[in-house]
Design a binder for this molecule. Structure first.
Ligand code: SF4
Length: 115
């Protein structure tokens, strides 16, 4: 089995954004994470290329991404107090889009750290 080695990979799990991680991966999963802490190691090793879940769900039922985006837009437009929540493990660019969405729909933003 051939392993792909990626040097200086960035971990975005906790916010420290360690950028000196060395990853070893086969075709499906990361099998070694040099210099990652236990949280980062778990995060990397549990994200695989396997297709374990449907691309999207609507009310718990498998759906296409396009249909799910339509449903999400309907939910947001009809919400009295829209909340854009989460944003951990996503890029700055994605966070910027989330904030723009909240502004567009008159909503508020919160992250998982409020828990
Ligand atoms: S390796 Fe550990 S400390 Fe570094 S960003 Fe990932 S979770 Fe945080």
């Amino acid at each position: 089995m051939t392993l792909t080695i990626v040097k200086n990979a960035t971990c975005t799990f906790c916010g420290c954004v360690c950028d000196d991680i060395e990853l070893h991966a086969d075709e499906i999963r990361i099998v070694e994470t040099k210099r990652a802490c236990s949280l980062g190691e778990s995060w990397f090793k549990n994200h695989t290329a396997e297709h374990l879940y449907p691309d999207a769900l609507i009310d718990g039922h498998p759906a296409t991404v396009d249909d799910a985006v339509e449903a999400a837009a309907d939910y947001l437009l009809n919400a009295n107090m829209p909340l854009v929540y989460g944003m951990s493990n996503i890029t700055c660019e994605a966070q910027r889009e989330a904030v723009a969405l909240a502004e567009l729909i008159g909503g508020v933003v919160d992250s998982h750290t409020s828990l």
